[in-house]
Design a protein around this ligand. Structure first.
Ligand code: SF4
Length: 364
């Protein structure tokens, strides 16, 4: 690509460091310009080439033409009453939207990002899967979620920085594998956001080939697996993925992941009243997981209005946790966050989609 005659534009935020280096070299610039620009974008969080003062003036002007920067667009923002959770509805250039959630913990700020618009997996209890998959997010669209939350945190929370990341919003990240991995490597880069791999978690509903591929990336990420049931009959009734990758295959792949990366696997288990929350379910789950390097995260279900599922009473949740612990399986109950702000994954976007649909049907 030349800088001379105008050619099509490129999205610099969707480039890996290597791709960005090749881009600069292809237009006759030294490759080191790539790291300079990416450091300005992700380390200094500037939003205009004009502010990248160590680049020649002419280059800044050309970049603005050839690789225009679009600032992240926050369509809506909900803050929980405690102020500890902020949900962002991020607008995309093609009129779609995704959610990102910033959470303040005692150990710092963590951000949950989406990896797809909608989700193809159709888990029965989840708002994100209701309309199916719309499309994969680009790396740049995931970067924009980081940028929006980071600048909001810098303004509202005395300059606190996002120190951990979970890829757990809408979408199945292992089905948008290349973009997600590129995004994670950029977020990890020490001259950019600088989030260590050990502070990054990737959540999957159980795509076994993706888990095994991830194990070979040389990135000690936390693998978080949505298990939600201890047996194939129960799991298949709420998660379609179980038909392709049943529990025994999944747990074996997780064991391989733990062995190769040295990282303990987290199993997410959403407790749904009358579906997977009985003492017998706890006993079966302990049988499946005992002796594996893992931790179970019990999540009282965040009910989604479009589904029939409800959360169990808190005494049932506590009894389930004790039943696992007494059988030697490490388990904790996840702290409630975001109640009252469309807390379950995908709810804010679903409300936005239905409101927009109503407006389109009745524009007056
Ligand atoms: S729980 Fe995760 S994998 Fe399942 S439909 Fe929702 S976003 Fe997709």
């Amino acid at each position: 690509m030349r800088f001379g005659g105008m050619i099509s534009t490129v999205d610099i935020k969707s480039m890996s460091r290597e791709e960005c280096r090749s881009f600069f070299e292809s237009v006759g610039e030294p490759g080191y310009r790539a790291d300079q620009v990416l450091e300005w974008l992700y380390g200094q969080r500037v939003s205009s080439y004009e502010d990248m003062t160590n680049l020649p003036r002419l280059l800044r002007a050309k970049l603005a033409e050839v690789a225009p920067l679009r600032s992240p667009e926050v369509l809506a923002q909900r803050v929980s009453p405690s102020g500890d959770t902020v949900k962002y509805l991020m607008g995309l250039t093609d009129d779609n939207a995704v959610e990102a959630v910033l959470m303040r913990h005692d150990y710092g700020l963590s951000l949950c990002v989406s990896s797809q618009v909608g989700c193809p997996m159709g888990c029965a209890f989840c708002a994100s899967g209701i309309g199916g998959l719309v499309r994969d997010l680009t790396c740049g669209e995931m970067i924009d979620q980081m940028l929006a939350a980071s600048s909001d945190a810098a303004e509202r929370l005395d300059g606190m920085r996002v120190s951990s990341l979970v890829v757990m919003g809408s979408g199945e990240p292992l089905l948008n594998y290349d973009n997600v991995i590129k995004f994670i490597r950029l977020v990890n880069w020490d001259r950019g956001f600088g989030i260590g791999y050990r502070h990054i978690a990737i959540s999957t509903c159980g795509i076994v080939p993706g888990i095994l591929r991830l194990a070979g990336e040389g990135m000690p990420l936390t693998l978080s697996v949505s298990l939600h049931a201890p047996d194939d009959v129960t799991r298949s009734s709420i998660m379609k993925v179980n038909a392709a990758y049943p529990i025994s295959t999944l747990v074996k792949a997780c064991g391989q992941y733990a062995q190769i990366t040295g990282r303990r696997v987290t199993y997410e288990y959403a407790l749904i009243a009358g579906v997977n929350d009985s003492p017998a379910h706890a006993e079966r789950l302990a049988g499946v997981l005992r002796g594996t390097l893992c931790h179970v995260n019990l999540i009282p279900l965040n009910p989604v209005p479009e589904t029939p599922y409800v959360r169990p009473a808190s005494c049932v949740v506590e009894a389930f946790a004790s039943a696992l612990q007494s059988r030697g399986v490490e388990a904790t109950i996840r702290r409630e966050m975001g109640c009252g702000i469309d807390a379950a994954c995908g709810q804010l976007r679903r409300r936005w989609v239905s409101r927009r649909g109503a407006e389109e049907a009745d524009p007056g």
